[in-house]
Structure formats: structure tokens, C-alpha cells
Write a protein that binds this ligand. Structure first.
Ligand code: CIR
Length: 263
């Protein structure tokens, strides 16, 4: 439907965990060195969870010299038949875009950002009739405006958020699992920020990592190990699959960051 974001999750573009994963950027969680083998195993379990919900998972090979290359959510934002390919906000991630753009060019019109504008797809949350776009350490106003321009052409609005310095991306602290509903982490976003939503499920701050969900109707995937968040989402009528995200959390990555849905 024009003007409404398509929540279809028929196909996901992903990329293998980098053998250099131990060098991945980590500014927030960072309690120990991440483990490559554990991350590979966790990524396979994640792929299996997507497939179990009906998603066709396409996986590109790891990209040499890019320890964060498996976080494909950051590298493309799909709006109908267009793929917006951003300038990524961290210099070490610049260069992840070309192979993604090349792959997407078969099915999408590719739109690269002008120099100076930056955006990570992790700062873009889809809510019904609008994109929620976080301006953060990764996404600047130019990047948000570039995306907003393309969204507008598709009849989709944009609401800009200042991402608090307590978190990396907007998606790290909120998501929209079903029309009308937001899940958000307490202590990062304020109720007035989400006044547009009909229902907000507030996850306690210490379990805020679980506010990042992947939804298939009322069936959702969340990170394993967040019992209070899980209970709240069960009470809100969702059935839940959990995936172990421990290794990815070490490098500030949430559940959604491991894929970009492309159809
Ligand atoms: C980074 O700092 O760029 C990566 N270590 C984590 C990116 C996570 N991306 C996401 O959640 N969308």
C-alpha cells in the first residue's frame, strides 16, 4: 500500500561474520573480546530462526578488512523499489556498501548519498506510515534528510529523533513489532517521543537490549536472556522465539542489524 511501510519479510540479505570479528567496533557493551566461532554459530541459529518464519536468507561472503561486515542492516534502507545506500557513520565501515549495492542493483534502483551525509540503517525504525530516524554519532542531519527525501517520494513520513548518548543506534532501544505498537527501552526514550504510537511496551532499562525485535505478525524474535521483556511481550499477545545474541551484543549489535529485509 502506498504511504505505508511494507512489513513483508520474504527475503533477507545477510553476510557471513568476518574472520576479523574480534576487531569489530565496540563502544558501548565491550566486556570482553568477541569470539568468532561463537558468533558464527549464533549467526547460523539466527538464520534458522528467520527461515523458520518463512524468510529466504541470502548470505554474501565475509568482506576482507571489514570486521563489522555482517551487520547488513546498516548498509541499505529499502523503500519500495529503491535501495538507499548510505555513507556509514564509522570510518572503519566505509567500503561495506559496494558489494551490497551491487547485489541489490538487480532488483532495486540504487541511490547513494552525497558526500558529507552519513547514516547507519540501524538508526532507521519503520512504524506504519513513517520512518523514525535517529540523529546519532553515526547518522547526521544530512543523512536523515536524504532518507526523508526518498521516503517522502514514496508517501512515507519521517520523524527525527535525537539518539541519546546512552546508546549507539535508534534500533538498539526501540522497534515496532506490529502496526500501532512500539517496544521501547526505559531510560533511553521518553514517553513523549513515542506519543504517536497507540501502544508502547516499555521494557525495563536493564533489559533494554530486548526492545529490538523482528516481527512476523504476532510472532516475534527477540534476544535470549531477557525474561522480564519476554514476559511483557507475551502479555501483549506475542508468541516468541529467542536467539542468543551474546557475541554480537559485545560489539554493540542488535538482533535486527544482522539482516536487511529486501522483499
Ligand atoms: C558498529 O559499531 O558499527 C558495529 N560494531 C555494530 C553495528 C550494529 N548495527 C546495528 O545494530 N544496526
Amino acid at each position: 500500500m502506498p504511504g505505508t511501510f511494507d512489513r513483508t519479510r520474504g527475503r533477507a540479505l545477510t553476510r557471513e561474520v568476518s574472520p576479523e570479528f574480534v576487531e569489530a567496533v565496540s563502544d558501548f557493551f565491550n566486556t570482553r573480546a568477541p569470539d568468532y566461532d561463537a558468533a558464527r554459530g549464533a549467526q547460523e541459529a539466527y538464520f534458522a530462526a528467520l527461515r523458520a518464519h518463512g524468510t529466504d536468507v541470502v548470505t554474501l561472503p565475509a568482506l576482507s578488512g571489514h570486521p563489522d561486515c555482517s551487520f547488513t542492516e546498516d548498509v541499505a534502507v529499502i523503500i519500495d523499489d529503491k535501495a538507499v545506500i548510505p555513507n556509514l557513520g564509522h570510518p572503519s565501515r566505509d567500503g561495506e556498501q559496494d558489494t551490497i549495492a551491487e547485489f541489490l542493483a538487480d532488483d532495486f534502483e540504487i541511490h547513494r548519498m552525497p558526500a558529507g551525509a552519513t547514516l547507519d540503517g540501524g538508526d532507521v525504525v519503520f512504524y506504519d506510515d513513517r520512518f523514525l530516524v535517529g540523529v546519532s554519532t553515526r547518522t547526521n542531519r544530512g543523512g536523515a534528510d536524504f532518507l526523508a527525501g526518498h521516503a517522502k517520494q514514496a508517501g512515507i513520513g519521517t520523524q527525527i529523533f535525537e539518539v541519546p548518548d546512552t546508546t549507539l543506534h535508534l534500533t538498539t532501544v526501540c522497534s515496532s513489532p506490529r502496526p500501532g505498537t512500539m517496544v521501547a527501552a526505559q531510560g533511553h526514550l521518553k514517553p513523549e517521543d513515542l506519543a504517536f504510537a497507540e501502544e508502547v511496551i516499555w521494557v525495563p532499562n536493564e533489559e533494554g537490549y530486548a526492545a529490538n525485535t523482528i516481527a512476523y505478525g504476532d510472532r516475534i524474535i527477540i534476544a535470549d536472556g531477557y525474561p522480564k521483556a519476554r514476559r511483557l511481550m507475551l502479555d501483549a499477545g506475542f508468541s516468541i522465539t529467542t536467539v542468543d545474541m551474546t557475541e554480537f551484543r559485545e560489539v554493540d549489535a542488535s538482533l535486527t542489524c544482522l539482516s536487511v529485509f529486501i522483499g
